[in-house]
Design a protein around this ligand. Sequence first.
Ligand code: ZN
Length: 260
Amino acid sequence: MNCDDSRIYLPAYLDDELDVAESLRVQKHLAECGDCRRAQDEQLALRSALRDPDLRAYPSANFSKHIEAAVRRAAKEEARLQRSAWFERLRPGSFRWVAAMATVLIVTTVGAFLVINGLRSSHQQLIASAVLAGHIRSLQADHLVDVPSSDRHTVKPWFQGRLDFSPPVPDLSELGWTLIGGRLDYVDGRPVAVLVYQRRMHNINVFLWPNKGSADDAIRQEDAQGYQILHWNGAEMTYWVVSDLNRAELLELARALRGH
Ligand SMILES: [Zn+2]
């Protein structure tokens, strides 16, 4: 671990949020590095200073009552304005009636648009839960890889004859991602390739299959049950990445995979 890494991990280390292996690596670096020990001392000093009870301000009972009364007054006023604006618009024969009808039309159109959007993303939600389930299953059943190998020249040919496409299997070891093998899985009604990479004992499942739609620029991400899920559509393949590794590092991996 170098100083840059140690500074990134330091707050999580002090909050006791790292796993044992990471925690030991930070500890080891702190033992060897005076600069980072000073950074640790500064953070600890700041934390204890912030615990000083004199820094807290407690509102008086009177102050709270004032705020509650002001909020009630504002809510009443807003309700009154909305009622009168609505009746104004509904006066027949006036331009406002047309405006009201237009509003109804716009609301209907926006509603339809949202439904289409919702359907599309619910399909993605479905895939997201399938890849998450695949990831968890692979760890629980001790069935992480079908072909255990760190050599892309072993993993890539293994998929031949087992899939109707040939997944790219990049060697990212120089970027700190160790390939540990490949696996077949079944997602979205089709057999897919899974590449398994490792970083600091965290397993990363990369699900991929041919992208039939258009490629997009964005990497979508979300977290579910303590796991990070990243997804993007590349020019040739659709990718889904799942791991309990942190989001920042997984984005690094996603960018590396997109570069290949
Ligand atoms: Zn250091």
